[in-house]
Design a protein around this ligand. Structure first.
Ligand SMILES: Cc1ncc(COP(=O)(O)O)c(C=O)c1O
Ligand SMILES: N[C@@H](CCOP(=O)(O)O)C(=O)O
Length: 462
């Protein structure tokens, strides 16, 4: 499989090259040249298989040519062996036709572990084969950073620098990033918001001297490998509810649009997904856009679902690429307009987006009320991001198609909000019970490209 950029001006790459590259050199995001399709029989055959086998069958067409078949199976095995649930992504029933897909049984208690644990293994194998090393820089609103640090800590061939917005992540998220003692891990608390961190990261990729000098690699969902690994649980969940013989819908708490874009690819691969519902908090650029108001940046407002405090949703570019008929020139022009504040989406592209996506926005009070009512009515304690999803899902579910809401993080990552809403304190798993006692190591740093690049150059392989 070859990979092309959403902006049409970067060289075609193999899966391994695209994974190690991150952002395309024309500023775009990599996508497969064509989306592989599974037959209805192939999808039906997934029912009852272990998660790892489903992962292999779903991802293999995307990676073959870069990794051997048994090599890839072993990588998948290693990636998920540390998960705290045999099903990896178990489904729970909330009410008659509303289900919760629990994606927080990995090492850092958020859905990011599904992809990050896999690409940690893929990077290690690929870099060893090449005899190469890279500098990973990641931007995080809390969960990507901790998952990346967990996946890459202690690896000789990788330095990992994580930029997070100072004061805008939960204490558990911060401590997950600042307490690992490994010398190749560097947590940077940036004076800015998540969008500033993500913009700085993209600027580093577009600064070719820096990019080539430090061998920059990215593990945010700008990296297609991240999105790929997230396709798998759409399949495992849907077949366990009767797909391909029965349609299902998904509601996804959304910020950077990576998770729900994985659902879009699952649909294009042949999974009978009826609706994909984008659920946003008060940082609602995606909801406004899907409601026909154009894609215009606002100020990011801190919320109790901080991982979704995002205004520039990087993977929306991938959805626009398909909505604009795979026209890289059109996408490049929209992204230029975004630099000046935003753009209106053409009527044809809006129709294409609406064929798959619905959306809803949830206020802070509604988030708190949903945490409480979910505990009261379904005996489930959920994190604020999941609550945003549940609220929107309830507004969009129909009686005849099961709705699956993605439970994207463990409630113990956000104890203050969960306790405020429900009065219940979500305990951390016992393996993390000393998290609050571990010493922290973090550098507070200005939101300035030169300062960030200089810091990274000076601290590589120290
Ligand atoms: C807990 C949680 N829920 C939801 C999201 C939103 O996911 P995405 O950015 O893929 O839309 C994030 C961050 O990415 C997250 O950390
Ligand atoms: N919510 C994310 C933001 C970054 O998203 P990514 O999927 O592009 O890595 C986080 O927790 O950091």
């Amino acid at each position: 499989m070859k990979y092309i950029s959403t902006r049409g001006q970067a060289p075609e790459l193999t899966f391994e090259e695209a994974m190690l590259t991150g952002l395309a050199r024309d500023g775009g995001l990599y996508l497969p040249v064509e989306i592989p399709v599974m037959t209805q029989d192939e999808i039906a055959a997934l029912a009852g298989l272990p998660f790892e086998e489903i992962a292999f069958r779903v991802m293999w067409p995307y990676v073959s040519g870069s990794f051997g078949e048994s090599e890839f199976k072993e990588i998948i095995g290693r990636a998920y062996e540390g998960f705290g649930h045999d099903a990896r992504a178990p489904l729970k029933q909330l009410n008659e036709n509303h289900f919760l897909l629990e994606l927080f049984h990995g090492p850092t208690l958020a859905f990011k572990d599904f992809a990050m644990q896999l690409i940690g293994q893929l990077f290690e194998v690929a870099l060893k084969r090449r005899g190469d090393r890279v500098t990973i820089v990641g931007a995080t609103s809390g969960d990507t950073g901790s998952a990346a640090i967990e996946a890459f800590r202690g690896l000789d061939a990788v330095d990992v620098f994580i930029l997070f917005p100072h004061g805008r992540v939960s204490e558990v998220q911060r401590r997950q990033m600042t307490t690992p003692a490994d010398r190749n891990v560097h947590a940077l608390a940036v004076d800015g918001d998540f969008d500033d961190c993500q913009a700085a990261l993209k600027d580093m990729f577009n600064d070719f001297d820096f990019r080539d000098g430090v061998k920059l690699a990215g593990v945010n969902s700008i990296n297609f490998a991240r999105v790929l690994a997230q396709i798998v649980y759409y399949f495992s969940a849907a077949v366990s509810l009767g797909a391909p013989h029965r349609k299902v819908s998904f509601t996804v708490p959304t910020g950077n649009f990576g998770d729900i874009f994985a659902g879009y690819l699952a649909k294009r691969m042949g999974l009978p997904i009826d609706r994909l519902v984008v659920a946003t908090n008060q940082n609602d650029i995606l909801h406004r856009c899907l409601s026909g108001e154009g894609y215009f940046k606002g100020d990011t407002i801190p919320s109790i679902s901080p991982s979704m405090d995002i205004q520039v949703s990087s993977n929306f570019e991938r959805a626009l690429y398909y909505a604009y008929g795979e026209d890289g020139g059109a996408v490049a022009q929209l992204m230029d307009e975004l630099k000046n504040g935003g753009f209106n989406v053409s009527q044809g592209a809006m129709e294409a987006l609406r064929e798959s996506f619905d959306s809803g926005r949830v206020s802070e009070d509604e988030t708190l009320a949903t945490i409480k009512s979910t505990l009261t009515h379904s005996a489930e304690l959920v994190c604020p991001h999941t609550a945003v999803g549940i609220k929107v899902a309830e507004e969009h579910r129909s009686t005849d198609v099961p709705m699956i809401t993605l439970a994207t993080a463990h409630p113990a990552k956000f104890p203050a909000a969960v306790e405020k809403a429900s009065g219940a304190h979500p305990p951390l798993p016992s393996r993390m019970s000393d998290l609050y006692e571990r010493p922290e190591r973090v550098t507070r740093i200005a939101n300035d490209l030169g300062t960030l690049e200089d810091h990274i150059r000076r601290h590589i392989a120290e």
